[in-house]
Design a protein around this ligand. Structure first.
Ligand code: GRF
Length: 191
């Protein structure tokens, strides 16, 4: 079976990236992770990926200054060098320009910690608690130029419990993220 070649873009701790790498260990998983790429050279996830035997690369955005597209051209070249067919954003904390979004249209996905279209952007768990929501969750969506706005591929729901803090809710949602992301990616690459 030839497996879809996936690159994962991170900026930080990389727990969703790790969930994808672990899922790809299963012999019947339809994707493999061929590169973990970070805009932050000190991202914790880079070490986790390299400990797991996955090729890693950091392309620091800072030397590119305000030229976001130039940074993305460097990312795009690295993705193509790695032979990536799909890109999974996993805690990648930079807003993308139309250049990278269009280059990977239909083949770039993101995981977001809310039930989109509710709560795009940051601080999703606090916003769900403050709104009195009974349910929270996470969404996997195709990346388009609007932040957290692309077509939703899959969602997972968790309850909001009485007395929840944003941290407690975030931990519950994160467990759901780790189950949802590999499943959603697998579904995308086989369809
Ligand atoms: C996750 O909550 C993800 O949904 C959001 O950023 C966080 C990244 O966490 N986009 P990690 O780096 O995968 O641990």
């Amino acid at each position: 079976m030839s497996r879809a070649r996936v690159a994962v873009l991170i900026s930080g701790r990389g727990s969703n990236m790790t969930a994808l790498v672990e899922a790809a260990r299963a012999p019947d998983c339809p994707f493999e992770v061929v590169l973990v790429l970070s805009n932050k050279p000190d991202a914790e996830g880079l070490q986790l990926a390299s400990d797991a035997g996955v090729p890693t690369l950091a392309i620091d955005h800072r030397p590119f200054g305000a030229d976001r597209e130039a940074h993305e051209r460097a990312l795009d070249a690295a993705l193509r060098d790695a032979g990536a067919e799909y890109v999974a954003l996993a805690g990648y904390m930079r807003v993308l320009t139309p250049f990278l979004v269009e280059a990977w249209a239909g083949r770039m996905i993101n995981i977001h910690p809310s039930l989109l279209p509710k709560y795009p952007g940051l601080d999703t768990h606090r916003r769900a608690i403050d709104a009195g929501d009974a349910e929270a969750g996470c969404s996997v969506h195709l990346v388009t130029t609007g932040v957290d706005e692309g077509p939703i591929l899959d969602q997972a729901r968790v309850p909001v419990l009485a007395g929840d803090t944003p941290e407690a809710l975030a931990a519950r949602v994160l467990e759901a993220e780790h189950r949802l992301y590999p499943m959603a990616l697998a579904r995308l690459v086989v369809r």
